[in-house]
Write a protein that binds this ligand. Structure first.
Ligand SMILES: [Fe+2]
Length: 388
C-alpha cells in the first residue's frame, strides 16, 4: 500500500561535463545582473570565476563578485553579501562552490528579496516566513557533495550563539542547478571523501526517514549504489572521470531526496556538532553514522537491511545479520576513504555533549521526529558518547 505523499522539486538540472558553458544562457532568463558568491578566493585564483564572468558577459548578463564568506557561512557574512549585492543592483544570485557557497547565495537571495537580516528567518518564535520575494538562485556545484543544488535548504551559523540551523521553503530551491563533473576534478582528496560521505548520509537518512516516498526511495537506492561503486575510486584518483561523474549524479540525487524526505538524527546531530565545534560536516557525519544506524535501524529494519546490499551494488542480500551487515559496509567505506576519526579527534569535547544534544532538540527537532526511532535527549547523548 503506497502512503499519501507530496513531491516538489522545482529545479532545472543541467548535468554533464562542460556544462559550465550553459551558465550565461540559464542566468539570462532569470536576471540582468548576477552576484557570484564563493567562499574565499580559490576560484578567483584558479580562473573559474573569470571563466564564469566571461560566459555571463557573452550572454549579456552583468555580474559582481563576493567571496568574504567562511566555509560554514555566518549570518553576519550573509548580511554583508546581501548588502553588497543590493548596492550593486544584483537581481539573481549564483552560488559557485560547495554547499557553503550555494547556501550563502540562497541566504543572500532571501535577505535581499525581503530586505531583512537573514537571522530573522532562521529561528525563534518571531521567525519570519520565507516568501516568493526571494531572489532567484543558480547553483553551480564544484563538490559532490552537499546536495545543496537540489534542495531548498541553506545552513547558516550564528557565531554568537553557535547555532547552525537549516532553513528553507518552497521558494529557496535553486532555479537552475549546473552539475558539471569537470569542475570537481580538482577537488582535494579529503574534500572528495568528506563531501562524498555527506551524499551517502543524505541518501541513507532520506531512505529511512518517516517522510520517505516511493520516488525518493528510487533516488536514494541509485545514489547509494553509485557511492558504493565510485566514492573509493574518486578519492583514490581525482581524475577518474567515470567516478567523478557517478559521484556528481549521486550527490544531486541525494539532494533531491532530502528536499522531500529531509534528514534524520545523524544530520540533526551533525548540525549541532558543527555549530559548537566548527567541524567538517562530512567528517562528523562519518563519525556518527554507524552509531545512528545502530540506534535507528530497529525502527525500520526493512529499509536498513538493504543498505549494505546497495553499497555492494548487489541485487540480493544473503548475509546472516543483514542489519549489522549494513552498518559494517558503511564502516568499511569510512575506513577506506580515510574518514575513520571519532568526534574527539575532530575537536569535540566530552563537556560539549549535553549542549550538542540540547541544540539538536532546540533547532533541529524536525530531524529527530522523522527519525524511525524518534530519539530523546538521553538517546542523543548516548550516540554522541559512542561516536567520540
Ligand atoms: Fe549534509
Amino acid at each position: 500500500m503506497i502512503r499519501d505523499f507530496s513531491f516538489f522539486i522545482p529545479v532545472k538540472l543541467v548535468f554533464g561535463e562542460g556544462k559550465l558553458a550553459a551558465a550565461g544562457e540559464e542566468v539570462r532568463v532569470l536576471g540582468k545582473k548576477a552576484l557570484i558568491v564563493t567562499t574565499g578566493d580559490l576560484f578567483k585564483k584558479t580562473g573559474l570565476v573569470d571563466r564564469l564572468v566571461a560566459n555571463l558577459t557573452a550572454s549579456g548578463v552583468q555580474s559582481a563578485y563576493f567571496s568574504d564568506l567562511s566555509p560554514n557561512p555566518l549570518h553576519t557574512e550573509i548580511d554583508a553579501a546581501a548588502a553588497f549585492g543590493k548596492k550593486n543592483g544584483c537581481d539573481v544570485m549564483i552560488g559557485l562552490g560547495g554547499g557553503s557557497a550555494i547556501d550563502a547565495a540562497k541566504g543572500a537571495a532571501i535577505a535581499i528579496g525581503h530586505d531583512r537580516p537573514i537571522w530573522d528567518f532562521c529561528m525563534g518564535p518571531d521567525q519570519a516566513a520565507i516568501t516568493a520575494k526571494t531572489l532567484p538562485v543558480v547553483a553551480i556545484t564544484t563538490t559532490a557533495g552537499t546536495g545543496s543544488e537540489g534542495t531548498q535548504w541553506a545552513v547558516i551559523t550564528n557565531k554568537a550563539t553557535l547555532e547552525k540551523p537549516g532553513i528553507g521553503s518552497d521558494y529557496t530551491f535553486a532555479r537552475v542547478a549546473i552539475v558539471d563533473p569537470e569542475l570537481m576534478a580538482s577537488m582535494p582528496q579529503k574534500i572528495t571523501a568528506s563531501t562524498g560521505f555527506d551524499a551517502l548520509a543524505h541518501s541513507i537518512e532520506a531512505y529511512t526517514s518517516t517522510l520517505a516516498t516511493p520516488i525518493t526511495d528510487m533516488y536514494c537506492e541509485k545514489a547509494i549504489r553509485l557511492i558504493g561503486k565510485y566514492l573509493r575510486r574518486a578519492v583514490k584518483d581525482g581524475n577518474d572521470k567515470e567516478a567523478r561523474n557517478g559521484m556528481a549524479l549521486a550527490n544531486t540525487l541525494g539532494g533531491f531526496s532530502i528536499a522531500v524526505a529531509i534528514v534524520t538524527v545523524c544530520h540533526g546531530l551533525a548540525h549541532s556538532v558543527g555549530g559548537v565545534a566548527n567541524t567538517t560536516h562530512g567528517e562528523s557525519l562519518a563519525a556518527m553514522t554507524p552509531q545512528t544506524m545502530r540506534f535507528s535501524m530497529r525502527g525500520n529494519p526493512d529499509k536498513f537491511k538493504n543498505i549494505g546490499m546497495f553499497l555492494r551494488d548487489e541485487v540480493v542480500n544473503v548475509g546472516q545479520d543483514r542489519l549489522e551487515d549494513s552498518v559494517r559496509e558503511v564502516e568499511r567505506l569510512i575506513a577506506d576513504v580515510g574518514l575513520a576519526n571519532g568526534l574527539a579527534k575532530q575537536g569535540v569535547k566530552v563537556t560539549d555533549i549535553e549542549r550538542i544534544a540540547e541544540g539538536v532538540i532546540r533547532y533541529m527537532g524536525g530531524s529527530i521526529t522523522i527519525d524511525p526511532m524518534n530519539p530523546g535527549r538521553d538517546d542523543l547523548i548516548g550516540i554522541l558518547k559512542k561516536s567520540m
